[in-house]
Design a binder for this molecule. Structure first.
Ligand code: CA
Length: 518
C-alpha cells in the first residue's frame, strides 16, 4: 500500500511565502507531489484495529450525486467516490447529522441536507467499502460552529431537564437507526465545534450535563463505540479549561477532538502541546476531526471561497498548490502522531464538496436549491435568519479532487499513514487486455485483488471470519475465495489456516488473490 512519488521540487516553492506563488496554480497535473509518510508509534491496538484513523467528512456526497456531480478514479474513469477514497487508504467516514434540516414544506435547508436518512445512506456505503463511521451529531437543525449553536426548532421551548431527555432520546435513535441501516459506527461525536456553547446553552457545567446525556445513550447502545467531544480552536487557549470542567463533571468520553485549520487555528506546536497535555492529564485520546487547505485560488462553482490568498484574517503557511495542500495535511497527521501516544488520527473536511463544473451561476443555484448541494438554500432562513441567499461550496478550492471530480495527488497522503494493519479488501483494479485473435474489439478484463481470509468482508481478519468460514464449510460453499491454502478445496484445512493466521503463526500468511470482476 505504500505509495510515494518522489520528484525534483522547484526549490522556490518550498521557501517562498505563499502569497507570492499562489496565482493560477489550478491544478497541478504532473507527478510533482512529494508525500512524506507518517508513522504513529505505540498506536493503541484497541482503536480501529490498530490503525490510525485516516478519515474524511463527505457529508454532502448524497446531495452532490443527486445534483449531478461526478467523481473519477486516477485514470479518469467514473467511479463511486467511496471506492476511490477506500482505494486511497481512507478508513473512516465522518458524517454530520442535523435534526430537522427542512422547512416542513419539502424544502431542504441545504448543506448536503444532512438529515438522518442521508447519514444512513452514507454510513451504509462506507461500510460496504470497509470504512467505519463517525456519527457527528450536532444537535441543531443546520450548521453548528463556534458562532452558532441554535437548538433544534422543536426543542426550543424545553427547560434544561426536558432538553437533556431529548438529547438522550435523539442520540439513542441516531445510533440505532444508523446501525440497523447498515452503518458500522466506530465513533460518535456529541456536539460540533462547541466552544462553551452547545444547543443554545453557554454555561459549561450545564453543557457537560447535556453532554452526559448523549454519552449515556451511546454507552447504553454499544460500549465499544468511542465517544468524542469536539472543540474548534486550540489557538484560543481554552482547551485546558474545557477538559478540566469535563473532568470535574465526570464525563464519560474517550476522545478530546478539535478542528485544525492551519490558517485560523494557530501553530502546530501549540496544537500538539495542548492536546498532549490533555491526553496525559486525563488519559484521553486526541484527534483532529476537521482540517483542510486550499490547493488553488480558483473557484469551481461560482460561489466565493472561504480561504484564498486574498482572504483577510488568514495566515497561509503553505504554498497554495497540490504540493502545499499535501504538506499541510501530512503535517497535521504528524502532529497528532506526536501527541505522546494519545493521538488516533485525522479527518479531512469535505474533500469532495464540488459543484457541477462549467455551468452558470443560475444553473448552479437551481441545483443548490433543489438538492441542497450548496451551503444553504433560502428556506434555511426559516431557522437561521442570517441566511439571506442560496449558496454553493465555499470549500471547493480545498477539495482533494479537481473541479471535474478527478483525485488530486494530495489524496495519496492517506496511503502514507502508518501502521497499516488491516488488509484493505479491495485495491485498484488492474486492467489487462483479453487475448483474442478473432474479435475486432477487445474487451478489458477487470480484475480485483482480494485478501483471502476476510470471509465476512468487514475489512478485518478476525475470529468472526473463523465463524463465517465454519458456517460456509458446513454449508458446502466451494467459493474459490474461501480456498485459503490454495489446494482448490474448501474445508477444514482452510479453517485451520485461518485460525493459525489469527494466532500469528508465521507459516500461515494469507495472500492476495486476483479474481475477475464480472
Ligand atoms: Ca466555490
Amino acid at each position: 500500500m505504500k505509495k510515494k512519488r518522489f520528484i525534483a521540487l522547484a526549490a522556490a516553492a518550498l521557501i517562498s511565502f505563499p502569497s507570492a506563488l499562489c496565482t493560477n496554480t489550478f491544478p497541478q497535473t504532473a507527478d510533482a507531489v512529494n508525500i512524506s509518510s507518517v508513522t504513529f508509534t505505540n498506536f493503541d491496538s484497541r482503536v480501529n484495529g490498530g490503525e490510525p484513523i485516516r478519515g474524511v467528512d463527505i457529508s454532502s456526497i448524497i446531495s452532490l450525486e443527486e445534483a449531478g456531480v461526478k467523481f473519477y478514479d486516477d485514470h479518469g474513469r467514473e467511479q463511486d467516490l467511496f471506492k476511490t477514497l477506500a482505494d486511497h487508504g481512507v478508513n473512516y467516514i465522518r458524517v454530520r447529522i442535523w435534526n430537522e434540516p427542512n422547512d416542513g414544506n419539502g424544502h431542504t435547508y441545504g448543506g448536503g441536507h444532512s438529515d438522518l436518512d442521508t447519514a444512513a445512506k452514507i454510513g451504509k456505503r462506507a461500510a460496504q467499502y470497509g470504512m467505519k463511521l463517525l456519527a457527528d451529531i450536532q444537535y441543531s437543525d443546520f450548521w453548528a460552529d463556534p458562532a452558532k449553536q441554535s437548538r433544534p426548532k422543536y426543542w426550543q421551548p424545553h427547560d434544561h431537564n426536558k432538553l437533556k431527555g431529548e438529547i438522550y432520546n435523539w442520540t439513542s435513535w441516531v445510533v440505532k437507526y444508523l446501525t440497523e441501516n447498515g452503518s458500522d459506527i466506530g465513533m460518535v461525536q456529541i456536539g460540533n465545534e462547541t466552544e462553551c456553547f452547545f444547543c443554545g446553552e453557554k454555561d459549561m457545567y450545564k453543557i457537560c450535563d447535556l453532554f452526559s446525556s448523549g454519552e449515556k445513550a451511546v454507552r447504553d447502545f454499544d460500549k465499544n463505540i468511542l465517544i468524542a467531544h469536539h472543540f474548534a480552536n486550540a489557538g484560543n487557549g481554552h482547551f485546558g479549561w474545557y477538559a478540566q470542567v469535563m473532568n470535574e463533571c465526570k464525563l464519560d468520553y474517550d476522545i478530546f477532538a478539535c478542528s485544525y485549520y492551519s490558517y485560523w487555528h494557530g501553530s502546530l506546536d501549540n496544537l500538539r502541546n495542548t492536546l498532549t497535555d490533555i491526553g496525559n492529564k486525563y488519559n484521553k485520546y486526541v484527534m483532529v476531526v476537521e482540517t483542510a487547505y486550499p490547493y488553488t485560488d480558483d473557484d469551481g462553482d461560482t460561489f466565493g471561497n472561504s480561504v484564498s490568498s486574498s482572504s483577510s484574517g488568514c495566515e497561509l503557511k503553505y504554498d497554495i498548490s497540490v504540493e502545499g495542500q499535501a504538506k499541510a495535511i501530512t503535517d497535521v497527521f504528524q502532529t497528532i502522531a506526536n501527541c505522546n501516544g494519545h493521538g488516533i488520527g485525522v479527518f479531512y473536511w469535505e474533500p469532495a464538496w464540488l459543484g457541477v463544473p462549467d455551468i452558470s451561476w443560475e444553473q448552479q443555484k437551481q441545483l443548490w436549491d433543489k438538492y441542497g448541494s450548496g451551503c444553504a438554500t433560502i428556506y434555511a432562513n426559516d431557522y437561521d435568519h442570517d441566511v439571506t441567499a442560496s449558496g454553493g461550496s465555499s470549500f471547493d478550492n480545498q477539495a482533494l479532487f479537481d473541479f471535474h471530480g478527478k483525485p488530486l495527488e494530495s489524496l495519496d497522503v492517506f496511503l502514507n499513514i502508518y501502521p497499516q494493519k488491516k488488509p484493505v479488501v479491495t485495491t485498484t483494479s488492474t486492467t489487462t487486455t483479453a487475448t483474442t485473435t478473432t474479435m475486432t474489439t477487445t474487451e478489458p478484463v477487470r480484475t480485483k485483488d482480494i485478501v483471502l481470509g476476510d470471509v465476512n468482508s468487514d475489512g478485518v481478519i478476525d475470529v468472526f471470519d473463523v465463524v463465517a468460514l465454519r458456517k460456509a464449510v458446513l454449508a458446502g460453499n466451494k467459493s474459490h475465495e474461501l480456498d485459503l491454502n490454495g489446494d482448490n478445496e474448501v474445508g477444514i484445512a482452510d479453517l485451520v489456516k485461518l485460525r493459525r493466521y489469527i494466532l500469528g503463526y508465521a507459516d500461515s500468511d494469507l495472500t492476495y488473490k486476483t479474481i475477475i470482476v464480472k
